[in-house]
Design a protein around this ligand. Sequence first.
Ligand SMILES: C[S@@+](CC[C@H](N)C(=O)[O-])C[C@H]1O[C@@H](n2cnc3c(N)ncnc32)[C@H](O)[C@@H]1O
Length: 120
Amino acid sequence: MSQGTHALEGSALAAYEAFAPFYDRYTADHGHDEWMADVDAILRGYGAPGDRLLDVACGTGKSFVPMLARGWRVTACDISPAMVERGVRSSAPAGRFASQTCATFPGGAPSTPQPASTIP
Ligand SMILES: C[S@@+](CC[C@H](N)C(=O)[O-])C[C@H]1O[C@@H](n2cnc3c(N)ncnc32)[C@H](O)[C@@H]1O
């Protein structure tokens, strides 16, 4: 990974750590539910196999929580622990921590924390 990429990740981390307490309020009228209903219909329309989703840069879970409600099993990760912490809270009781910045919902996270790269 280049130094430029590291610098960008550092600024994204700092920005979203600070933004986390306000993110859900700021995006309250962004229509995630309707948006994800469309995504769900498209996935099913194309016959996407299985019931597992990977949400990279999941934030507070505003996109994956509606997919959990539609029966998908979700693995999610984000660079910001503060965003993920809220995602885990908003998906409780289905959510279980797999590591500081990655979580698997429901369907079973490993019982001990492990790096995101090792989550099956
Ligand atoms: C605009 S928010 C979107 C959150 C969520 N997907 C949603 O629909 O509300 C962007 C998210 O990307 C995350 N992010 C930014 N750069 C990242 C990176 N390099 N790796 C993982 N997550 C990253 C931020 O921490 C933030 O939670």
